[in-house]
Design a protein around this ligand. Structure first.
Ligand code: 5RP
Length: 223
């Protein structure tokens, strides 16, 4: 089974999990990326059973609307029943690195507002320790060099993601060579650097359920 087939299989499993958790009229939070796209395409089939969605990026909002699925403003919805999104890495505590698609800030906001966070990923994303995938940080443009110097002090190697502007008008630094032993502490340390909007560690609000695509089928992991 190739990686795309595993992503599709976890998206299908997420549909079943969402149907089990969501009542008529609930709002669903929608992530960003290729795995989330499989979920969006499947969601089109039961769009009439939900009140609408909140999207974590303009790209996902466009894809949802192309299927005729309503996209709502989080400020008008209150809390969200369930959030479904991919990840770049997950450890066994379901702490994640996200932001490969530069949507980390809105993803973290939707995850924070959700009662349940279902992460969908293929098995290549499960790791013992976070950090082989470079950690994305969204930064206010004028703070780029200052934040980069502060990250070096923490032991990382920040690299400016050329040509990328986030949906919020900011830039991304990707931190290489940064194995993360204590994700919650590192998430807080990076958040405390002035000029950082958000970092791609999802440890303070990890996933509640990880649906992992493997050649032997979809595995369900909880922390
Ligand atoms: C986007 C993300 C994605 O969830 C992450 O990059 C995984 O993407 P994919 O499903 O394409 O592997 O965090 O900001």
């Amino acid at each position: 089974m190739n990686q795309d087939a595993m992503k599709k299989a976890v998206a299908e499993a997420a549909v079943e999990a969402v149907k089990a958790n969501v009542l008529d009229g609930d709002i669903i939070g929608i992530g960003t990326g290729s795995t989330a796209n499989f979920f969006i395409d499947l969601l089109a089939e039961f769009k009439d059973d939900i009140r609408g969605t909140v999207a974590s990026s303009e790209a996902s909002a466009d894809r949802l609307r192309s299927h005729g699925i309503e996209v709502l403003d989080l400020n008008s919805t209150g809390s969200i029943a369930v959030y479904v999104d991919g990840a770049d890495e997950s450890n066994h505590r379901l702490e994640l690195i996200k932001g490969g698609g530069a949507a980390l800030t809105r993803e973290k906001i939707v995850a924070a507002a959700a009662q349940k966070f279902i992460c969908i990923a293929d098995e290549s994303k499960l790791v013992d320790q976070l950090g082989a995938f470079p950690l994305p940080i969204e930064v206010i443009p004028m703070a780029r060099s200052y934040v980069a110097r502060e990250i070096v002090k923490l032991g990382g190697n920040p690299v400016y993601r050329e040509g990328v502007v986030t949906d919020n008008g900011n830039i991304i630094l990707d931190v290489y060579d940064f194995m993360i032993a204590t994700p919650m502490k590192t998430e807080e340390q990076i958040n405390n650097i002035t000029g950082v909007v958000c970092n791609g560690l999802f440890a303070l609000r990890p996933a509640d359920l990880l649906l992992l695509g493997t050649p032997d089928g979809v595995k369900s992991l909880t922390a």
